[in-house]
Write a protein that binds this ligand. Structure first.
Ligand code: BGC
Length: 341
């Protein structure tokens, strides 16, 4: 049984009430707000039955309105990067706001994470809808989007649906930052991870995929067997992980990643229909944000598993398609399952 309750979270400066939707089962309590479809709290049990909040975030709306690294939010219209903020569809050139080095990141200056969505309470969850106007943040076509969160026992499901009036690239994901020790814990070095991917996408120095689909074999990207993140990240030549792992495209959600935190016994398993997952170890957190309960969030204090289309796919015809045409429907599902070991 899942209970769903709603209450006021805060008021937007320009007007508009933001509500919290609290989804609760015997195993999981999730709080999701109508601003950015943000998961603001996610409590799960440890092996002694004690609940802890395992996602990073803020205590109040102000934190989410201010610039922040997309804590818990739904990002779009196109998650991750589009090189130089440029692409061409049907012979027409489009220019997006540049907000990350020379590139456009996570939908632009006011992406899906910064807008108020319209909620609808469901029996076991909440559905949010939003209409992104033609030309919003430089993207073509009016796009209608629905994000549905449902909780069933120990599984939180996120379903994304969209329809467009003009052909547009689309790539929507959720950007939760997990720390299975409980948010506010210093790092994720005591977490173990596995990702079921044989290939990953190497990136250039502006974080745009080079176009190569590289084998993980013999590299630090081979996470097919569980590795301890402390050991593994100590070996890296890089700042941490911030890479797309390539998955096989499926109609039904397929298992793609598992995270295990031995001290608490918490396990997070992720299944998805999406063709990729961005594994990001919060390399750009620097302890400067004031998080929930006064927590500070240093570098590597969380990890993200952003199930998604491959970055910059709109400029790389060899990557799985991200164009949505009028008359088609975009449908993607990601399942976050919480268990104990
Ligand atoms: C990107 C990172 C970025 C983070 C927060 C991730 O999806 O891959 O490079 O820093 O989001 O914006």
């Amino acid at each position: 049984m899942t209970s769903v309750t709603r209450c006021v979270f805060g008021d937007l400066p320009g007007g508009g009430a933001v509500e919290t939707f609290c989804l609760q089962s015997d195993f999981v309590k999730a709080e999701i707000i109508s601003f950015g479809c943000i998961i603001t709290r996610l409590e799960t049990k440890d092996r002694d039955g004690n609940f802890s909040d395992i996602v990073l975030g803020f205590d109040d709306l102000k934190g989410y309105i201010n610039k922040h690294p997309y804590f818990g939010a739904v990002v779009g219209r196109v998650a991750n990067r589009i090189a130089k903020g440029k692409f061409t569809v049907d012979g027409q050139n489009y220019l997006l706001p540049i907000n990350n080095g020379p590139n456009s990141l996570h939908g632009g200056l006011k992406g899906f994470d910064k807008v108020l969505w319209t909620p609808e309470v469901l029996e076991n969850g909440v559905r949010f809808s939003y209409t992104s106007a033609d030309g919003e943040e430089g993207y073509p076509g009016e796009l209608r989007v629905w994000v549905t969160y449902t909780l069933s026992g120990s599984e939180l499901s996120v379903h994304y649906k969209a329809q467009t009036s003009v052909t547009t690239p689309i790539n929507v994901t959720n950007h939760s930052y997990f720390n299975l020790a409980g948010q506010g814990a210093e790092n994720i070095y005591d977490h173990e991870i596995s990702i079921d991917a044989e290939h990953y996408l190497p990136v250039d120095d502006t974080m745009i995929p080079t176009g190569e689909v590289a084998t993980v074999q013999g590299t630090c990207f081979d996470l097919r067997k569980p590795v301890n993140l402390g050991n593994q990240m100590g070996k890296l030549q890089i700042n941490g992980y911030d890479h797309n792992f390539c998955l096989s495209v499926t109609q039904k959600p397929q298992h793609c990643a598992r995270v295990y935190h031995k001290p608490s016994g918490r396990v997070l398993s992720v299944c998805t229909t999406q063709p990729g997952v961005q594994f990001y170890t919060a390399n750009f957190l620097d302890g400067s944000l004031k998080g929930k309960g006064g927590a500070v969030y240093p570098k590597h204090s969380a990890l993200c598993l952003e199930t998604q289309a491959w970055p910059d796919a709109v400029n790389k015809p060899q990557f799985p398609n991200t164009l949505l045409h009028p008359g088609e429907e975009y449908n993607q599902t990601t399942l976050f399952n919480f268990s104990l070991q």
